[in-house]
Design a protein around this ligand. Structure first.
Ligand code: ACM
Length: 525
């Protein structure tokens, strides 16, 4: 048996057989599926140089789709002496095969670009592998969102949840209620200018994502997190509900308290609600959800439901029973944060997104399980594992720590089927890694909080629980080797993520784990 270092693949594939040799990539030619060829041609051209990718090139890369092979989103990749063949079960699988190919490229000092001889067979564990970007607390341009999509797609994420509305800003043009974006979008945390996507720009994001096999999940957060609605249409929103906690915390942060009808630029949560007993609220919500659904080719519409701290449970139930059905009537499957599972008569078949701790306390687990009892399923985002905006260590300049400090190892250490009691494994649709942006005002900051922890949730979502290399030491070593790759593609990475991990030496003196001291890799069949 030949021992090798595990190739630096994240998420690690179902099966990898590493050969002895390498495949030269100084000059390549591409053929096969036109869409996959066009995308990979551009990506390889940027890396290897445009001259290296032409029709007379030396190493042939064939990209094809064969539904008879593998399963949904799966692929095989065969790299032999001078032919590389990627075969997707479907177009998404072919795309993921090319993501694996790109992670395998390496550049030698003298030999130039190459990849190892290798055979990979692969398919995902979960159907839903999401990342969330909060574009409401701080606004991100279309170009920034596209870069965020590139980073996530390289890790085989297939859903982009856009948190489009919150107290600090409304980010999507609604033609029937134009002031939402015009006035409600003109603010953000810290007092910046904010912004919004026109419907045309939003369609551009959706199309860019779709070309990378990523489905956009739009969120209109209701009935709370709606202060910005009241900046545009004050009559739709109740007066702020100011708890002692909001007042104390805002004072400690020197942030102004929310004032009805005026832009809010602090961080406090749970103070706003649309008017639950006014009919006009439901006409408004029907218009908004109908327009957003029409902009959405994907199957899901997220309607929020989190942190309605000033809303009675009776009002919350009244609201969600009705609005979950308004959302379902658009033809989309509604998703809500798990608190909405407290409502008895939710629309059937809704998805719940669980965001409390990996070990549920109080009624959180029960509320999540209720979605499954109503014929729905769950997306898991345990905040003390999967939230990308929790600080990776106490001194980190960005992020918050209300769910705890989440080092890389903690982010990697959870099992989706073990979080919520009394739901079958089949009811776990997948996982999502959210990035909230109270402290994040640039793409570089977003990247620095996300990378490398975003890779942990990618592997948890894709790789089999007991699959090859599905261990912390292997994951850590692969992260160490991918950090320079991410950086060379322009992503800002938290390099300190690997600093605090130690492994005992035989004499008991702890030593940092380095890529070089990581365990070796045995062929997996
Ligand atoms: C949440 O973190 N409020 C979903």
């Amino acid at each position: 048996m030949v021992l090798h270092d595990a190739p630096s693949l994240i998420p690690f594939p179902s099966s990898v057989r590493l050969g002895e040799g390498s495949v030269p990539l100084g000059s390549v030619r591409l053929d096969g599926d036109p869409e996959a060829v066009a995308l990979l041609r551009a990506e390889l051209g940027a890396l290897l140089g445009a001259d290296a990718v032409d029709d007379s090139g030396g190493t042939r890369i064939t990209l094809e789709i064969d539904p008879a092979q593998g399963s949904a989103e799966g692929y095989t990749l065969d790299a032999g002496a001078d032919v590389i063949r990627v075969t997707g079960h479907d177009a998404a699988g072919l795309f993921y095969g090319t993501r694996t190919l790109l992670q395998l490229l390496r550049r030698g000092e003298r030999a130039g670009w190459s990849m190892p001889e290798i055979r990979v067979e692969d398919a995902p564990r979960f159907r839903y592998r999401g990342v969330m970007l909060d574009v409401a607390r701080h606004f991100f341009s279309v170009a920034d969102v596209e870069r965020w999509i590139d980073g996530a797609a390289s890790l085989k994420y297939n859903h982009l949840h856009l948190h489009l509305t919150d107290d600090q800003g409304w980010r999507i043009e609604i033609e029937s209620w134009p002031l939402l974006a015009e006035r409600g979008g003109a603010s953000e945390v810290g007092g910046g200018a904010g912004g919004f996507y026109t419907q045309h720009q939003y369609r551009e994001i959706v199309a860019y994502a779709a070309a990378r096999h990523m489905i956009v999940v739009p969120e209109i957060d209701l009935p709370g997190h709606t202060h910005a609605v009241g900046v545009a249409y004050p009559e739709l929103v109740a007066l702020p509900s100011l708890s002692d906690k909001t007042i104390t915390e805002s004072t400690a942060l020197s942030q102004s308290l929310p004032v009805h009808g005026e832009p809010y630029t602090g961080w406090a949560v749970g103070h706003s609600s649309v008017q639950i007993h006014d009919e006009s609220t439901y006409a408004f919500i029907t218009d908004v959800l109908t327009e957003v659904a029409a902009l959405t080719p994907g199957p899901y519409l997220h309607i929020g439901g989190d942190e309605c701290l000033g809303t009675s449970s009776e009002d919350f139930a009244l609201f969600f029973e009705r609005v979950s059905r308004i959302a379902a009537a658009t033809g989309k499957t509604p998703i809500a944060w798990h608190e909405a599972g407290a409502v008895d008569d939710l629309a059937e078949g809704m998805l719940g997104q669980y965001w409390a701790g990996a070990t549920p306390e109080g009624a959180h687990g029960e509320h999540a399980a209720h979605f499954v009892q109503r014929g729905g399923a769950l997306i898991l985002s345990p905040s003390d594992r999967a939230y990308l905006d929790m600080k990776p260590h106490a001194g980190f300049p960005l992020g918050l720590a209300w769910a705890g400090v989440v080092p890389l190892r903690t982010a990697y250490d959870w099992e989706p089927t073990a979080v919520i009691d009394d739901v079958p494994a089949g009811a776990i649709l997948g996982v999502e890694a959210p990035l909230w942006t109270e402290t994040v005002s640039s793409l570089a900051d977003a990247d620095r909080l996300a990378f490398p922890r975003i890779a942990a949730q990618a592997e948890i979502g894709w790789s089999a629980q007991n699959g090859p290399e599905r261990s912390w030491p292997s994951f850590r070593a692969r992260v160490a080797r991918l950090i320079p790759v991410w950086e060379s593609s322009g992503i800002a990475v938290d390099r300190t993520a690997l600093d605090d991990e130690t492994t005992p030496e035989p004499d008991g003196i702890p030593q940092p784990v380095t890529a070089a001291s990581a365990p070796s890799f045995e062929e997996t069949a």
